[in-house]
Write a new protein. Structure first.
Length: 224
C-alpha cells in the first residue's frame, strides 16, 4: 500500500533555493520557507484529499486482516509521529482517513485533547498521541508533503471507546510473532516507554509496539 504521489513542480524548486535561485523575493525572505507562497503551497499539499480508492482500500485491508491473521502471529499498523515510528495492534483500528478540521473545545483543549472532529457524520474526540507520549512534533511537515508523504487521521476503538489522532505517515500492517518483541532501549523517552510493550524489528528499524489497553485507559482517565 502506498500513499505517495508524483513530485510537484513549484516555484521553490524552479527559481527558489532548490532551483536556480533567480527568484527576486529571495533578497527579501532569504529562504523559501519564509515566503508565504511556499507556506501556502506546502499547507495545500498536507491537507490534500486522500488518493482515489485510498479510504476504501484501508477499510478492506483492516477487515481482511482481522479475519485472516494466523493465530500464532500478531499484527500491528505501523505509523510515524514526527521522527518516531510506532505501532498499535491492528484490532483497535476502525479506519484511516484524510485530515479533518479540528474544532477546539473552550476551556478543555490542551496539548493532548485537541478538540473534536467530524468523522463520517459523527463527532469524535481528537487527541495528540505525540503529546501523550512526550514526542517532538514533525520538524518539517511541508518537506514530507513535497516528497509525497501526507498526514492522515487514525480512528481507533476499544470496548466501545473511540478516539481519533493524527499521524505524519502510515506504512501499513506488519505481522510478527509475539515472542519476537524486544525490550525497549533506554533511549526511548520516559513517557513513550511507559506505553511500550516492546520493540518490533521492521526494515532495519526498531518500532515501539504500544500497549493499547494502557493507552486507552490513560486517555479516558486524563481527559474525560
Amino acid at each position: 500500500m502506498s500513499d505517495r504521489v508524483d513530485h510537484i513542480d513549484a516555484c521553490w524548486s524552479r527559481v527558489g533555493v532548490s532551483g536556480d535561485k533567480t527568484c527576486p523575493e529571495l533578497k527579501r525572505v532569504i529562504h523559501c520557507r519564509n515566503c508565504p507562497v511556499y507556506s501556502a503551497g506546502g499547507r495545500g499539499l498536507l491537507d490534500r484529499a486522500a488518493p482515489q480508492g485510498y479510504l476504501d482500500e484501508w477499510t478492506g485491508v483492516l477487515a481482511r486482516e482481522k479475519e485472516e491473521r494466523p493465530q500464532d502471529t500478531a499484527s500491528a499498523v505501523i505509523f510515524r509521529l514526527g521522527g518516531e515510528w510506532l505501532a498499535l495492534a491492528t484490532g483497535v483500528f476502525k479506519e484511516m482517513t484524510e485530515v479533518r478540521v479540528i474544532h477546539r473545545l473552550p476551556h478543555r483543549s490542551n496539548d493532548i485533547l485537541l478538540g473534536i472532529v467530524n468523522i463520517g457524520g459523527e463527532i469524535q474526540l481528537c487527541v495528540s498521541l505525540a503529546g501523550l507520549l512526550g514526542l517532538e512534533p514533525s520538524e518539517d511537515a511541508d518537506a514530507d508533503a513535497r516528497h509525497g508523504v501526507y498526514r492522515r487521521m487514525a480512528v481507533v476503538e476499544r470496548e466501545r471507546e473511540r478516539w481519533v489522532f493524527g499521524v505524519d505517515e502510515v506504512h501499513g500492517i506488519h505481522r510478527f510473532r509475539a515472542g519476537d518483541l524486544e525490550r525497549a532501549p533506554v533511549t526511548v523517552s520516559r513517557a513513550a516507554s511507559t506505553y511500550t510493550k516492546g520493540m518490533i524489528s521492521w526494515q532495519g528499524r526498531s518500532v515501539g509496539f504500544l500497549d493499547d489497553e494502557l493507552l486507552f485507559y490513560s486517555l479516558k482517565r486524563n481527559l474525560l
